[in-house]
Design a protein around this ligand. Structure first.
Ligand code: AMP
Length: 136
């Protein structure tokens, strides 16, 4: 897509610190990291949502998460890491081209990722269970 920043990076039209590239993916450092070493795994095909990612790249996407996480852990000596995919504006997505964040984490860092835990009313959990299962 012509006005998409990640498409431009994938096409080599704007620079990025590319860690890895294949026919279907590009991995580069996030320019404004949560912690140093924070990287993004980006499919070259322009899809806004993970749900639109073609199945033929799904296996490589999974493998890359493992490969890049291991490399970041080794390189940064992080104590842990988060995989984060913001899908949709409501979920905090700012660049509307699907991407997975891999963020190295330290017990002393200032990253907060907290939510309030909701409660199901009587029978509601079973309802959600059945509705989701039907769609699998
Ligand atoms: P999200 O909120 O999940 O859409 O995250 C978008 C991420 O893209 C942010 O963490 C930005 O720092 C990162 N980002 C935006 N532009 C660039 C760029 N030109 N190079 C590298 N990372 C970028």
């Amino acid at each position: 897509m012509s006005d998409c920043i990640f498409c431009k990076i994938a096409a080599g039209e704007i620079p990025a610190n590319k860690l890895y590239e294949s026919e279907n993916f590009i991995v580069f450092l996030d320019i404004s990291p949560a912690n140093k070493g924070h990287a993004l795994i980006v499919p070259k095909i322009h899809v806004q949502s993970l749900t639109e990612l073609p199945e033929y790249v799904a296996q490589e996407f999974g493998e890359l998460q493992l490969k890049v996480s291991k490399a970041i852990m080794q390189a940064t000596k992080a104590e842990g890491f988060n995989l984060l995919l913001n899908d949709g504006k409501a979920a905090g997505q700012e660049v509307m081209h699907a991407h997975m964040h891999i963020m190295p984490r330290f017990s002393t860092d200032d990253f907060h990722f907290k939510w309030t835990h909701k409660k199901y009313s009587d029978g509601e959990m079973q309802e959600y269970f059945e509705r989701i299962k039907r769609n699998l």
